[in-house]
Design a protein around this ligand. Structure first.
Ligand code: GLY
Ligand code: MN
Ligand code: MN
Length: 430
């Protein structure tokens, strides 16, 4: 957790963007039952975490310009805490979180009724089901009848402000993201060192995740993808049931979380430690597309440019390898690369792996700005069922790094894990 002052400042900045006489309601995530008494691992809502640093479920933050900040939390309950863990309780809200007033969750309805009588606008993240349900219920409450239609037409999506705030990372956030990048890289290095033909995809995933934990990350940022051979052509392949075969490549897309901030790395390497010629030709093409794309990740350039650069390089290479037909400009115009490269080249990264923030403003792509963190992840996916020359079929390759946009050029936060073929082969030889 950052110092309390960081969260106070974030709330302050948010309130400064809200209209007068408005109130923002942001709910924590709820626990989700897996079956009977077992829950899915709890992950705090990113918006709520960003504004409070509080990691318990079932809490609600209520803030507004000119108002004290209020946090509603689960009350202390010694008997339940024996079963489900410690709770902070409302009495510690001010001292531990620096939030002006702490309340038990049961007080939310009554307090909201009073507060909603006095305000003109109610703001909440429209995409958050719990926040939406709280606002809907509060507006429907008895005693608010005369204000109901007014409030219903004066709801605003807080996500527009939160997205902008979370998009540009502060110095402290960058430090944490560097750590997420460093630990994520260690997981990939461990996998390259441990990989052997005959292991299952899931066993290799466990090597990556074990290293994350041993290095101090409590959690993965998303389901680890490990796909051998043709499975690498399924972009979000999470089955991990097959055995890895000598002569195939394996694609690992895995990242850990540090204080909620994600790392997101993909590496592709030969299961037996040596690239075949066909694999090497495709691999070097993807690597060159990534390196040309990263060179475009510069302050002031359009956010579309690095994707366009990767697509141009990949298309050029696919023509050279006789996988698609040229000439280049026509192939680009007809998007002939699409059967082999069907995703974007990057996304914002932060508390969410596909982080918030606008890619366009008034219909135009935004310019890259200092403090953005964006992935750069070109790939080629030549599935067994494709029309490509037979020697390339069953090969999926993606190379993904996390890039911080700085005033002195792109800074790769995940550079520790090798991606040159010779470096990978050397690491795997041990
Ligand atoms: N790990 C998901 C992605 O790369 O977008
Ligand atoms: Mn990614
Ligand atoms: Mn990824």
């Amino acid at each position: 957790m950052f110092s309390l002052h960081v969260y106070q400042e974030r709330r302050q900045r948010l309130k400064a963007l809200m209209p007068e006489k408005s109130l923002a309601i942001i709910a924590a995530a709820a626990e989700v039952i897996r079956n009977r008494d077992a829950e899915y691992p709890f992950r705090q809502s990113s918006d709520f975490w960003y504004l409070t640093g509080f990691t318990e479920p079932d809490a609600v933050l209520v803030i507004g310009p000119g108002q004290p900040d209020r946090l509603f939390v689960r009350p202390k309950h010694p008997e339940q805490e024996v079963w489900t863990g410690r709770r902070m309780g409302p009495d510690h809200v001010k001292q531990r979180l620096g939030i002006d007033q702490g309340y038990p969750l049961e007080a939310l309805d009554t307090e909201l009724k009073t507060l909603l009588c006095e305000i003109a606008w109610v703001e909440y993240p429209f995409g958050c089901q719990t926040s939406t349900a709280i606002v809907d219920q509060a507006i429907k409450a008895k005693g608010l009848r005369s204000r109901r239609s007014d409030l219903l037409s004066h709801r605003a999506d807080l996500s527009r402000h939160l997205g902008q705030a979370r998009l540009i990372k502060s110095r402290q956030e960058i430090e944490v993201m560097k750590e997420a990048g460093r630990i994520s890289a260690q997981g990939h290095i461990a996998a390259m060192q441990a990989c052997e033909p005959g292991m299952t995809e899931d066993q290799l995933a466990s090597v990556v995740e074990h290293q994350f934990r041993m290095d101090g990350s409590p959690s993965i940022a998303y389901q680890t993808i490990v796909g051998g051979g043709d499975n690498a052509c399924i972009l979000h392949y999470v089955d991990r049931t097959d055995r890895l075969r000598s002569g195939d490549l394996v694609l690992i897309d895995a990242g850990c979380e540090v204080f909620g901030y994600a790392g997101d790395i993909t590496r592709t390497f030969p299961v037996n430690g040596s690239f075949t010629n066909a694999q090497a030709e495709l691999y070097d093409l993807v690597l060159s597309a990534q390196s040309e794309a990263i060179a475009q990740m510069v302050v002031g350039k359009s956010i579309k440019l690095f994707h366009e650069t990767a697509v141009r390089r990949l298309t050029e290479g696919l023509i050279e390898l006789n996988i698609i037909e040229g000439p280049l400009e026509l192939a680009l115009e007809d998007k002939r690369y699409l059967p082999y490269y069907m995703h974007g080249t990057g996304h914002f990264l932060g508390l969410d792996v596909h982080d918030v923030g606008a890619y366009e403003h008034e219909g135009q792509p935004v310019e890259l700005a200092e403090g953005m963190v964006i992935t750069c992840e070109p790939g080629l996916y030549i599935s067994l069922s494709s029309d490509a020359p037979a020697r390339y079929r069953g090969i999926g390759i993606r190379i993904e790094d996390d890039v911080l946009i700085t005033g002195h050029g792109p800074e790769v936060l995940t550079a520790k894990v090798p991606k040159e073929r010779a470096e990978i082969e050397a690491l795997m030889r041990g």
